[in-house]
Design a protein around this ligand. Structure first.
Ligand code: ADP
Length: 488
């Protein structure tokens, strides 16, 4: 089976968030399944041009759907971990410092930049002779691809038979542009009619309407996006596609996130030597200038400081958290409002709260290893990675029951013999503090039981291997082939 993955970012070459991790790790995991030939198309950004990974110029490609005869791009290639990566070299679009924009906002020509990516992915397949069975597109940036594909000339065009899978990583970002941007796509008004409403066009609608199948990055999120609360206005058209909608949980990359082998933490440990986690806690307390007794609970948080993540709920709960006798450490960047509020709390409660406003991979690992509990009071969470890392590090997750958080965490009080964390229903202070309070009670009152909760989490396996098997099954189903477990 030939699979062409198209993504606007791909680790380790370019990254702003989780999408890059998926586009980097999933092809590698699929490549380990016999019979899968996966290739990836992504832009040749400045950060790749100037980065440590060398690419080779392959050819200049001219026949680009929706573009005039004079338009072209330079295809560059690199093989990495057994996967072939195709980079679309087009300096006027991609030779910039950012991927989507600057700190002042998105680039004004993103409609042109990313419609070009979709069209160029098809041109790359044709010109390299790699005719995929499956074209796997991701989020709004690649969502116009099915429209370009429909417009390919001739019934016997080699890509006509390819099936398209559209993965929704976050429905909160849709690629909405003014109607003026229609000209930038090179597509006709008629071709874009169903994704145009009023004065705007919406890229993500195209992925939802015209792909052969759609999946969200967890089963729960696949259900949630059918409701007005989570659908961001797309619930209506998603419902019409419900029989083609699937949920596949992302994986965690345990070659990076494993306390046994992690080179970024103070002491390596595993479930058999959990006492060594203490050294990581002591180091973290020292590093963040937290002055609480070493046996007091330490609550950690890492992530983007945005409304989606319930940062306001954490902020409003700080006094209650400290009243439990706990310390609190947070690492994140994001909205200025939250950055300022957190910084001022940290100076108000010196020695109890440690806040770091920056992107710092090492500190993220130190928090996963050194904290006792990890909090994620998200309003919505398509998949979430940090709760999976926390499980592996024996750092008990306390999460809101939404999306991937709900799929991966079993509440201890709901199922004592299976619980790997603590869950709450409503994104508000009372529910959040209820769950945290219950966790602290077990942590302080029953060390043995706490250890069992930790060990259950450490034993869980959310590796990409499982996700790749599920994607492989979905691809086969799309192609009408028999699958061993043709489940949703
Ligand atoms: P999202 O994709 O919504 O941002 P995820 O939980 O899926 O959330 O993934 C976020 C990833 O980015 C995690 O690996 C997390 O550790 C990392 N991360 C987020 N903010 C920071 C930061 N300030 N420093 C280091 N790593 C961060």
């Amino acid at each position: 089976m030939k699979i062409l993955m198209v993504s606007s970012e791909v680790a380790p070459f370019s990254k702003t968030g989780g999408l890059a991790d998926v586009a980097g790790a999933l092809p590698r995991a699929l490549g380990n399944i016999p019979g899968c030939d996966v290739r990836v198309v992504s832009p040749f950004y400045r950060m790749i041009k100037k980065g440590p990974f060398k690419t080779e110029k392959s050819k200049v490609i001219k026949n680009i759907p929706g573009r005039g005869a004079g338009d072209f791009f330079e295809l560059r290639e690199r093989e990495e971990a057994g996967v072939r990566f195709y980079f679309i070299g087009k300096d006027e679009y991609y030779d910039r410092d950012g991927i989507y924009g600057t700190s002042h906002g998105d680039y004004s020509d993103n409609a042109a930049r990313f419609s070009f990516l979709s069209a160029s992915a098809l041109a790359t397949a044709v010109e390299t002779g790699f005719y995929p069975d499956i074209i796997h597109i991701n989020d709004w940036q690649t969502a116009l691809l099915p429209i370009y594909k429909k417009g390919l000339p001739g019934r016997s065009h080699p890509l006509k038979k390819s099936k398209v899978l559209f993965t929704v990583h976050n429905l909160g970002y849709q690629g909405v542009f003014s109607k003026k941007a229609i000209a930038d796509t090179g597509l006709s008004r008629e071709a874009l009619r169903e994704v145009t409403s009023g004065e705007s066009i919406n890229f993500i609608k195209s992925g939802i309407l015209y792909s052969d199948a759609i999946n969200a990055v967890s089963k729960k999120y696949a259900e949630e996006i059918l409701t007005p609360e989570y659908g961001c206005g797309m619930e209506g058209i998603l419902k019409k596609r419900a029989k083609d909608l699937y949920g596949i949980l992302n994986g965690a990359d345990y070659s990076d996130w494993n306390p046994e082998t992690d080179s970024l933490i103070d002491e390596n440990y595993n479930a058999e030597a959990l006492h060594k986690k203490k050294a990581c806690k002591l180091k973290l307390l020292e590093y963040m200038n937290i002055d609480i007794p070493p046996e007091a609970p330490l609550v950690g948080s890492v992530g983007r400081l945005v409304y989606q993540k319930g940062i306001d709920i954490m902020l409003a709960s700080i006094d209650d958290i400290l009243e439990l006798g706990a310390g609190f450490v947070l690492l994140g960047t994001g909205e200025e409002l939250y950055e300022a509020a957190l910084t001022s709390l940290a100076s108000e409660y010196k020695g109890k709260i440690g806040v770091s406003i920056r992107f710092d991979n090492k500190l993220a690992h130190m928090i996963e290893a050194g904290a006792d509990m990890f909090v994620m009071p998200s309003r919505y969470e398509p998949c979430g990675l940090n709760q999976m890392y926390s499980l592996k590090y024996g750092t008990v997750p306390i999460v809101r029951a939404t999306g991937g958080l709900d799929d991966t965490i079993t509440d201890y009080f709901e199922a004592r013999d299976r619980g790997n964390g603590f869950k709450f229903a409503k994104p508000d202070i009372d529910d959040f503090m209820g769950a945290l309070g219950r966790a602290v009670e077990v942590f302080k009152g029953d060390k043995k039981e706490w250890g069992r909760i930790q060990k259950r989490g450490m034993a869980s396996d959310f590796s990409w291997r499982h996700a790749a098997v599920e994607y492989n099954q979905l691809y086969k189903k799309m192609l009408g082939e028999a699958t061993t477990r043709g489940e949703r």
